[in-house]
Design a protein around this ligand. Sequence first.
Ligand SMILES: Nc1nc2c(ncn2[C@@H]2O[C@H](COP(=O)(O)OP(=O)(O)OP(=O)(O)O)[C@@H](O)[C@H]2O)c(=O)[nH]1
Ligand SMILES: [Mg+2]
Length: 183
Amino acid sequence: MWEYVKSASDHRSWLEHGQEEIVFWGRSNVGKSSLINALAKQKIAKTSSTPGRTRLINYFKTDTGKIIVDLPGYGYAAMSKKSQDKVAGIIDYYFRNDTNPKTVCILIDAKVGFMPIDLEMIEYIQELGIKFDIIITKIDKANQSQKHKVKQQALTFTNDINIFMISSEKKIGLQDIIDFYNL
Ligand SMILES: Nc1nc2c(ncn2[C@@H]2O[C@H](COP(=O)(O)OP(=O)(O)OP(=O)(O)O)[C@@H](O)[C@H]2O)c(=O)[nH]1
Ligand SMILES: [Mg+2]
């Protein structure tokens, strides 16, 4: 059974475990928490149709003991500047200082595609030297050409990238993620 472990706002409450973390990150509302629930086959992460639901670093443990991290989304314009800066600060500090090895999965909405802020965050992750993969979400809402376009763009960042196409709602592509990361 997957389980919720804890939420952290600063380094004092980070989880220290020393093994690889799989971190889900992306624009607010892209479907990070929904993906965790779909993979877990139970509702352990808070989701909402209102963006900005996740405000803390949330840790989950999978069946195989792997650690999944659900981060607050970026690019939520309606959140106050002060809250946005606070959330960005929490994430930046975590990426720069947390010592657990990590792979960041950047989630991209299949229908919306890569927005300028996504490219900015990918550049930031690359600058920090953190390995990243791309998970294309909500493919149940996108047409063939949208799916093709977003996949092609994902292939342009680096050769060393894994791309997943998923729908948490229609339960598509979930097993690929479980198998690949051994969750
Ligand atoms: N159609 C469709 N809707 C989805 C899918 N996954 C998530 N959603 C919807 O997208 C909305 C946002 O989902 P969340 O999982 O809360 O998004 P999040 O990325 O965690 O958002 P923040 O916590 O605000 O950063 C919810 O209304 C979900 O029902 C999907 O695969 N298909
Ligand atoms: Mg969330």
